[in-house]
Design a protein around this ligand. Structure first.
Ligand code: PLP
Length: 382
């Protein structure tokens, strides 16, 4: 029997199961004016630029709020008003990006694609050729609504060749998947502390091209979500505009230190892959089918079809697992009839064994039979 390492397992797309040493940073009050605390913010900004090869070309601008706040701040500050934005939508978060951009009143064109096959270079080339007014592309990298990992390098290559600028929602992927903002030539990348960076929610970051920020002075229609003003304040005053999220910054600084200690993005991805493999193989062995073939899946979250059993409801399974202090997530509206289990956070393979054992108990409790099938290649979604 694998040993339980956490009181509560949050197997969601965030917030996640956070390591005790990260949470412990929040037990201390810190003066917002203390040099030490200013340094924590600087340390975080530097580290995040460092791991995405952005030191020469980009700036890291943290902002209070959840990741969507950073996306909104980034889009409405960096997007020229005479520009036209192509949103690539092949899942729930693509849909959210589109709604956000439309809600801001930007000039938006949507490239609506099925969940699979993955968007290709040809799809994007065609969309740009059909609509030469397009100046920017917005892509969600790890689509946690379905679990799809979109081919960001391929789409960035098209953008570069066509002279179109690229925004990436890397909220769920940053810190867990290689992202090189210089190689991608990204205009901006949106980042969350509480996904692959394994810290707590409360702030988010935009990694923006320095020249794009410089050109954005005075463009923001919002005062608090003015990314340029936020950046200048960090640069000139050395501090956060408005009340600094002291506890959250301290936690993130520790989480960055843990990321570095683990061996950075590559090692973190290896751990997630091991977790994901153990979970997916374990549930396949219990008769569950994944929504995606393995080669399209981001190994940070696994999406499973509901079992074909008259006694199954998601609510019943959710509650049976919740009684065991394990939290899973329902499918998103673009993938109904599924449920999702995340493997990000302070989790290792033995935690997956804890989850699988709890799953066995939960299924027995709600009267859903396991029907083991040989694990094999999975077909695409019906
Ligand atoms: C979690 C997530 C977000 C951010 O959502 P918030 O609710 O604002 O934290 C955005 N995009 C993706 C792909 C995500 O997984």
């Amino acid at each position: 029997m694998a040993e339980r390492r956490h009181d509560l397992y949050l197997l969601t797309p965030g917030p996640l199961t956070v390591a005790p040493e990260v949470k412990a940073e929040m037990l201390r009050d810190r003066s917002p004016n203390a040099e030490l605390h200013r340094e924590l913010t600087e340390e975080v900004r530097r580290y995040l630029l460092d791991i995405c090869n952005g030191v020469e070309t980009h700036e890291c601008v943290p902002i209070q709020g959840s990741a969507t706040y950073a996306i909104e701040a980034g889009l409405q500050t960096l997007m020229p008003r005479d520009g036209r934005l192509l949103v690539i939508q092949n899942g729930f978060y693509g849909l959210r990006l589109r709604e956000l951009a439309e809600g801001l009143g930007l000039d938006v064109k949507t490239l609506e694609l099925p969940m699979l096959p993955l968007p290709t270079r040809a799809d994007v080339e065609r969309a740009i050729a059909d609509d030469p007014a397009i100046t920017h592309i917005l892509l969600c990298h790890a689509e946690t609504g379905t679990g799809v990992l979109n081919p960001v390098d391929e789409i960035a290559a098209v953008a570069r060749e066509r002279g179109v600028k690229l925004f990436v929602d890397a909220v769920a992927s940053f810190g867990g998947f290689p992202i090189d903002v210089a190689a991608l030539d990204a205009e901006a990348v949106f980042v969350s502390p509480n996904k692959c960076l394994e810290s707590v929610p409360g702030i988010a970051m935009v990694i923006a091209r320095r020249t794009a920020l410089e050109a954005a002075a005075g463009r923001s229609a919002s005062v608090v979500l003015d990314l340029h003003a936020q950046w200048r304040y960090f640069e000139e005053v050395g501090w956060w505009r408005w009340t600094p999220p002291t506890h959250v910054v301290a936690a993130l600084a520790r989480a960055c230190e843990r990321h570095r200690r683990e061996g950075g993005t590559a090692k973190r991805l290896e751990r997630y892959r091991r977790n994901w493999r153990r979970l997916v193989d374990g549930l396949r062995g219990r008769g569950f089918r994944t929504l995606l073939p393995d080669d399209a899946a981001a190994p940070i979250i696994a999406t499973f079809h509901d079992p074909d059993d008259p006694d199954y409801t998601f609510e019943a399974l959710y509650e049976a697992l919740e009684r065991r202090d394990i939290v899973i997530f329902p499918g998103r509206l673009t993938a109904t009839g599924t449920f999702r289990i995340g493997v990000m956070g302070d989790l290792v393979e033995s935690d997956m064994d804890v989850v699988l054992a709890a799953m066995d108990e939960a299924l027995a409790e709600i009267g859903v039979a396991k029907s083991p099938r040989p694990a094999g290649p999975q077909g695409a979604a019906p």
